[in-house]
Structures are given as C-alpha cells and as structure tokens.
Design a protein around this ligand. Structure first.
Ligand code: 13P
Length: 252
C-alpha cells in the first residue's frame, strides 16, 4: 500500500524560535518514543527558516518544502526567491498553486506553468494545489474547474516528469474556514483527478501519484478523511501549527 503523506503548510506563521523548537520537539517524540506514525512527513516553514529546518531534519525521514518559488532564473525581482537558491540550501520540494497565492499575489495558470518549469529544471519536486471556489461548487463546476487547472499546468508536462509531482486538492471554501469537505466529497474529486491522470498518463502513473486533501483538516476529522481509498494524505494548515494536534493527525 502507498504510504500516506502529511504536509504541514505553516504559511506565514512561526518565527525562528517557534520553528526550531517545534522541529526539535517533533524529532524527540518521533525517535524517543519510537512511535510508528506510518506517514511520510513534510514541513513547509517560511523562507528564512528553510535552511535551519533542513539542518535539524537532516538524516531523518522528515523533509522540508518551500511554500513558493519565483518563476524566473534570477534578476531584478526584489523580495523574490529563485529555484536555484532553494536548491543551493538543499531544498528539494516546493508548494505551487496555493489558492492564497492566487488570491493575494495574482498567480495565474500561466505563471504557475513557468514556476513548474523552473522548479523541474532545478530538480525540485512539486506539491501542486488545485481546487474550486464556493461559487464554482454551488454552480456544480468543481470538476471542470479542477480539470482546467490541471490541463493548463501539470498536464503540460511529459510523463517522465510526473513522478516529481504530488497533487493537493484544496477546495478554497474549506481553507482556514473550519468547514471541511466531507470525506465523500473529497473521495469523489480525488477519484476524478485520478481518472484524469489515467486518461493522460496511463494506469501506472495514475495509481502511483499521491493525491492529498487540504482544507480544515484537524485531529478529529483526519482519520475519516484518510480512510478513503483515493485520499493519499493531507496538506494541513492551522492544525499543523501545534505539535499535539499535528501528532494526532499523523496517527490518524
Ligand atoms: P487549513 O488547514 O488551515 O484549512 O489550511 C489548509 C491549507 O491551505 C493547506 O495548504
């Protein structure tokens, strides 16, 4: 069976002290108590703490991801961070397409495609987010919306590159709202996404690709969500900020 993946997207939370103490405490619990959490764990802290996070987690099974990358190689883009910079400090994964980046930083599918290309060029694996708005779901457009998002971005890549992707279905109406999609709603969408991968890349890739759910996952609903056939883990915001809650999610 595929090992489930749980990703902590800390967004713009946790300063240096909070980041380092969280990771040291997490490792202590992982390795002192020898609990088998049976999940692959990825932590996505803020840019300034990527390097120290990577150092703390080095030699363990836990990984670090960046929350964003700029689409250009380098140049006059004040405040931005390039894929080669991330690689130069040992980062191997990046989250792309998060709805908060689309909403607050005007990221379009065109920009995301450029970000995909530059990330792949520098050997970064990509956690790619898709999902519909509340009104798109109300109009029953969620499937076509997600299909279009994938077709204009991820599906522009050849099958050789697809093993570098994790897909995260994050319905926008469920992010940070406390309103979770039901496990059945998520399962239906994940099955649909897997079918899209089947049609485009064939059976082997469609079975292998991890499709995670994100949107108000917490320590009480995680077990139910993770029990569904096509849900290969979670991308967790709020509930990944407290170690006790995060550990409970990992045990779910
Ligand atoms: P919440 O878990 O806070 O809803 O955030 C989900 C998310 O956006 C993860 O990327």
């Amino acid at each position: 069976m595929k090992k489930k993946i749980v990703i902590a997207n800390w967004k713009m939370n946790h300063d240096f002290y909070e980041t380092t103490s969280f990771l040291r405490d997490l490792l202590k619990i992982f390795f002192d108590k020898k609990i088998n959490y049976k999940k692959k764990v990825i932590i996505a802290p803020s840019f300034p703490f990527l390097q120290i996070s990577n150092q703390i987690l080095q030699g363990t099974s836990l990984n670090v991801a960046a929350q964003n990358v700029h689409q250009m190689e380098n140049g006059p883009y004040t405040g931005e961070v390039s894929a080669s910079m991330l690689r130069s400090i040992g980062i191997k994964q990046v989250i792309l397409g998060h709805s908060e980046r689309k909403k607050y930083f005007s990221e379009t599918n065109d920009i995301l495609l450029k970000k995909i290309h530059i990330s792949l060029k520098y050997g970064l694996n990509i956690i790619f987010c898709v999902g519909e708005t509340f009104f798109e779901r109300k109009r029953k457009e969620q499937f076509i919306v997600v299909k279009n998002q994938l077709e204009e971005t991820v599906f522009q890549c050849t099958s050789e590159k697809i093993s570098n992707f994790i897909i995260a279905y994050e319905p926008i109406w469920a992010i940070g709202t406390g309103e979770t999609a039901t496990p059945e709603q998520v399962q239906k969408m994940h099955k649909y996404i897997r079918t899209l991968f089947l049609d485009k890349y064939g059976e082997k890739i469609s079975k292998k690709i991890h499709i995670l759910y994100g949107g108000s996952i917490n320590d009480t609903n995680a077990r139910n969500i993770f029990s569904k056939e096509d849900i290969d883990g979670g991308l967790v915001g709020n509930s990944s900020l407290q170690i006790e809650k995060f550990l409970k999610i990992l045990l779910s």
